[in-house]
Design a protein. Structure first.
Length: 84
């Protein structure tokens, strides 16, 4: 499954917003087998903060065995992913 992160916005900030995105995406994730490969696409994201990413990506990586991150060349995305 491919997750287009820009669906949640192009400026992704704050822990509450990340948690809200995670909770809103649960119905979709509950239909997926935990062994399925997840591709997280950051294309179009302008700002990604560590707090938002921690609320969304950390539980995603805990729930699914294989999570690949693509289009991570944006400096904001790259810096955030480096500290998670």
């Amino acid at each position: 499954m491919k997750i287009d992160i820009k669906k949640f916005g192009i400026i992704l900030v704050s822990r509450p917003a990340g948690k809200e995105a995670w909770l809103a995406f649960q119905p979709t994730l509950n239909e997926i087998n935990s062994n399925e490969k997840i591709i997280v696409d950051f294309e179009g994201v302008v700002v990604l903060t560590p707090s938002w990413a921690d609320e969304f990506l950390t539980p995603l990586k805990q729930k699914f065995r294989e999570v690949d991150l693509i289009n991570t060349n944006n400096p904001s995305v790259k810096a955030t992913l480096a500290i998670l």
